[in-house]
Structures are given as C-alpha cells and as structure tokens.
Design a protein. Structure first.
Length: 219
C-alpha cells in the first residue's frame, strides 16, 4: 500500500473518528475539496452528531458508538470514491473599505512590496479566494488565493485589539476578524459583513469550501 496515495481513519474516542490526509501527495486544494465533499456526504447520512472539516483532515462524532468500526471502514471506502466536484460551495462578495482609518497598515504593505496603495487594493480585490477551513476564533476564515506580491510577514508587535470586521494580511494568508481580538496581521481594510452569529444555523455564514471575493467600496 502506498502511504502517499492512501488515507487513514482512526478511532479517537468511544464515538469519534479522525480521517488524516495530511501525508497525501495531492495538492492541498484537491485534498480539501475531497474533505468538503466527504463532510457533506457525512452530514447527509444523519449518522453523526457533528462533522468537523479541518486542514487536510476530518473529524466525525457518531450518534451510535456501536457503529464505530462500521463507519471507520465506510469512511475509508467513501474517501476512495469521492469526487472533488461533488461539493459546490457558496460564493460571497465582501464589500470592503480600504485604507485610511479602515486600513491603517495599507501604506506599510504597499511600501514593503514597492507598490502603490491602489496596486495593493487591486491585487487583493481581484482575487477569488477559496475558504480552506475555519479556526482561530468562531467564524474566522482561512483563505487560499492571496497574490504572491502581497505575502507579508506578520507584524513584529501584534495589536492587543483588532476591531471586528478588519480585513488583514498575515504571511501568505488574508482574512477577516469576526470579532474584536488581539492580532498580528496587517490591517488593510474593513467590512461590515457579519461572519458569525450564534443565533443562526449554522452560526458561521461562510463555510469551508465556499469562495469569497473582496469588493472595494470605493470602486
């Protein structure tokens, strides 16, 4: 068996299973698309209390702990047969105010790459981002697709408070802060888009596998 092309499903607890695809040779986005498609199939089965897709992995919690071994085998089989095209996410347009009081680090990012602030805005807003997974805090989306020209190391001195709705860049990632929190990413803009509301079902508006684009409010 070639470990670079197969995945493993292990028992985590009396009612949970963990699918590990971190070692596979396929590119990250292809693996993630399979994870999202598998997660959707698991949810549709109604066999699980919760289905949690993450980066190159999936954790599921069963209603019936007596079916652990059955689902361990079933998930392995489903993974082999899953089609990346089985998952079609939602596209979200996020209206964003760039620069000024909304984006205090926009000038810094521009100067760091010998760009104008308008260059940064165009590069950032012209991309179509893929939502890889949620983490860090409820509703925070990790996005794939930031232009290489905008890759910027995190701040040397993180802020103790980053306002809710801040659109920021950290290393090769861009994201939106769903709530006030400490943070070390460079703030280039702000949006009123509400990413998380615990009263909604699901509480996170944007889900893994969705796509997203930033739309400049000034354009």
């Amino acid at each position: 068996m070639d470990l670079k092309t197969t995945t493993s499903v292990v028992i985590l607890s009396s009612n949970s299973l963990f699918l590990d695809a971190t070692h596979l040779s396929e590119d990250t986005l292809t693996i993630q698309k399979k994870i999202w498609a598998l997660a959707a199939k698991c949810k549709a089965s109604n066999a699980f209390i919760d289905v949690v897709p993450a980066m190159n992995s999936l954790c599921v919690y069963l209603h019936n702990s007596d079916e652990l071994v059955h689902w361990q085998n079933e998930l392995t089989n489903w993974w082999q047969d899953i089609d990346t095209m089985q998952h079609q996410g939602t596209h979200h347009k996020v209206i964003t105010h760039y620069g000024g009081e909304h984006g205090p680090d926009l000038d810094f990012v521009a100067k760091a790459h010998n760009l104008t602030t308008q260059d940064v805005i165009q590069l950032h807003s012209n991309a179509r981002y893929q939502v890889l997974f949620l983490g860090f805090q409820p509703g925070f989306v990790y996005l794939d697709g930031l232009a290489e020209q905008l890759h910027t190391p995190r701040r040397d001195n993180p802020r103790t408070k980053v306002p809710k709705g801040s659109v920021a860049i950290g290393a090769n990632q861009t994201g939106i802060y769903p709530a006030d929190s400490p943070g070390g990413w460079h703030i280039i803009g702000h949006t009123d888009f509400n990413l998380f509301d615990y009263l909604n079902n699901p509480p996170s508006v944007i889900q893994p596998g969705d796509t997203l684009s930033f739309v400049s409010a000034e354009s």
